[in-house]
Design a binder for this molecule. Structure first.
Ligand code: ZN
Length: 300
């Protein structure tokens, strides 16, 4: 774990960083590099101001795709499938989560070569661990940074989801922020079904080393605490809420709507207790949901 990264983290901050691994996939974590990560750090750190007008930001191509302003250091066509996919993601995120569409720009900085991207990240975000992509929310700007590689589409879907969500819900719990991004990082055809997470959590269930616990997720305060279990479970709760019943979907949508108005609104665990299902019953239902998904995957 990048402990020096901790110095930038603060649960109360309005700057957020989501970081993807340089090794494989999204990476909130160093130990299992298939992961996305979001972390929060204080605007008092002044990091945002240091890079906002940096000369080494990609600037050869600039194109607008809906809410996105994409800056690349290589030719990139506005009709590129990846660009269109990210643009369509805006509507999907809005409709799934019941959130309005914002016009606040999300800047996407794309580097063609990993060495330029890594040099930029090392120069302007020196305390961050080496990652494949990351999202930064400052009090004035939403920005995604990535370099072009095999999994750039997945990385950008994850990070851009953070941008779309933060444009309308600036502050949300760390676990939920990541669970939502994990849900949307998959190709649209997957409908949020994350097979890696299903396989991981199923293994944990078989070992008897894990069971759903939303309060445990809600207690997480920094990205440094997040493990592969946390990411997978965060995704699982989000998938369960969005894919099992209108009531469960409404719980998530209402919560996000309330968070827009009041960042201190009661957490989801409290809301579950106020429903017909107790928190224990909800946890059990999430477990059953996971087992069904695992069974379906085994039968494919
Ligand atoms: Zn993330």
């Amino acid at each position: 774990m990048p402990l020096n990264f901790q110095t930038y983290l603060s649960k109360s901050a309005c700057l957020a960083v989501c970081i993807l691994s340089t090794a494989v996939g999204c990476a909130h974590m160093m130990t299992a590099p298939n992961w996305n990560a979001v972390a929060h750090y204080s605007p008092a750190d002044g990091i945002a101001a240091a890079w906002d007008h940096a000369a080494d930001l990609p600037s050869r191509t600039e194109l607008t795709a809906g809410q996105l302003i994409i800056h690349a250091d290589f030719p990139l066509a506005g009709q590129h499938r990846l660009v269109r996919d990210l643009e369509a993601l805006r509507t999907d995120v809005s409709q799934e989560l019941g959130l309005p569409i914002s016009d606040e720009p999300v800047h996407v900085y794309l580097f063609e070569k990993p060495d330029r991207y890594q040099a930029f990240a090392a120069s302007h975000f020196p305390a961050f661990p080496a990652r494949r992509a990351f999202f930064v929310e400052s009090d004035t700007k939403l920005s995604v940074f990535a370099h072009w590689q095999d999994r750039v589409a997945e990385d950008l879907r994850h990070e851009t989801t953070h941008g779309y969500v933060h444009a309308v819900v600036p502050t949300l719990p760390l676990w939920l922020d990541e669970g939502i991004a994990e849900f949307f990082e998959l190709p649209r055809v997957e409908q949020g079904l994350h097979r890696e997470h299903i396989a991981h959590l199923s293994g944990r269930l078989l070992e008897g080393t894990w069971s759903p616990n939303i309060e445990r997720l809600e207690s997480l305060e920094s990205a440094a605490e997040l493990s592969q279990d946390h990411y997978a479970e965060a995704w699982c709760w989000v998938h369960w809420m969005l894919r099992t019943s209108p009531q469960h979907r409404s719980l998530l949508q209402d919560y996000l709507t309330d968070l827009r108005r009041n960042r201190k609104t009661a957490p989801l665990s409290v809301r579950f207790r106020q429903t017909d299902e107790s928190l224990a019953e909800s946890s059990s239902a999430v477990r059953v949901h996971l087992e069904k998904m695992a069974s379906n995957a085994d039968n494919r």
